[in-house]
Design a binder for this molecule. Structure first.
Ligand SMILES: Nc1ncnc2c1ncn2[C@@H]1O[C@H](COP(=O)(O)OP(=O)(O)OP(=O)(O)O)[C@@H](O)[C@H]1O
Ligand SMILES: [Mg+2]
Length: 258
């Protein structure tokens, strides 16, 4: 069966996108699913988290975006680092991805390059998780066009919903262009029930997003930082920690969507 493609995106920075992509991917992998993690952020945080360093990256997703269609399948095999992170395969980013906006100026059908190239490897995985950069641009559009589900991590903090309109405007434009809506679900992150601002934002999310929100709430957990320092996932640190259990619950919700 073809993999389901999960794009993790929010143009706001530092809301837990990379943590969600890595930990949800890790939770799915622990359920026995075949997972490929794609780092679409030129800052390469997920790549570095997987201990893949720029000096060891011969080929990255940047090369794939620029390649001829006929070489996609061969390129994927060279780009993907098998089992790089907690049994997940990882396709690394590189800083040159930030040049794609300029490189793609004349490119036709530039929003669907990733979607098309993924068709050549989609049957090899159960889930392909895309870690998106914190801005709206050609990389985000490629991720959204490819995605079966957009997961929007929303930090339960002051101004959390501010700026989301830009993402929803992009979704709306793509809906019209593709002739189909893009399925999305928000997930509250870094929730601290003792903080008034957190409970207020969560209440606001419940009111505004209703069914478009996962039931799972991701709480604050210091194990996430430890996991990135060690180059693993929170499941390598403490699989019974609150953060680990929350993302396991999120993975259950994701699996039951289809
Ligand atoms: N639930 C959590 N509890 C505690 N710390 C967290 C949690 N989620 C993420 N963090 C920490 O918050 C910081 C930002 O998280 P992350 O890198 O996942 O955000 P991001 O949205 O990918 O950021 P960017 O927009 O820069 O790509 C990281 O140091 C991460 O370890
Ligand atoms: Mg990130």
């Amino acid at each position: 069966m073809d993999a389901k493609i999960l794009a993790v995106a929010n143009q706001k920075g530092g809301v837990g996108k990379t943590t969600t992509a890595i930990t949800l991917g890790g939770a799915l992998a622990r359920m026995g699913k075949g997972v490929l993690l794609l780092d679409l952020d030129p800052h390469a945080c997920a790549t570095l988290h997987a201990r893949i360093y720029p000096e060891n990256v011969q080929l990255s997703l940047y090369d794939l975006f620029l390649a001829e269609e006929t070489s996609w399948f061969r390129l994927w095999r060279s780009i993907i680092h098998p089992g790089a992170l907690c049994t997940m395969d990882v396709a690394p980013s590189c800083i040159r991805l930030s040049e794609l906006e300029v490189d793609f100026r004349e490119r036709r059908a530039k929003g669907s390059v990733l979607a098309h190239s993924l068709t050549t490897i989609r049957d090899k995985y159960d889930y392909i998780v895309l870690d998106c950069p914190p801005h709206v641009g050609i990389l985000l559009v490629n991720a959204l066009v490819a995605a079966d589900l957009l997961i929007i991590p929303i930090q339960t903090d002051f101004l959390a919903l501010h700026g989301l309109k830009l993402l929803f405007d992009t979704l709306h434009t793509l809906h019209k262009a593709l002739g189909r809506p893009i399925l999305y679900r928000a997930v509250p992150t870094m929730y601290d029930k003792r903080a008034k601002a957190c409970t207020r934002v969560l209440e606001l999310m419940r009111r505004k997003m209703g069914n478009s929100k996962f039931a799972t709430i991701i709480g604050v957990d210091t194990h996430f930082r430890e996991a990135s320092a060690l180059g693993g996932t929170i499941y390598d640190i403490d699989p019974h920690s609150r953060g680990a259990l929350a993302y396991a619950a999120l993975a259950e919700e994701v699996v039951h969507l289809w």
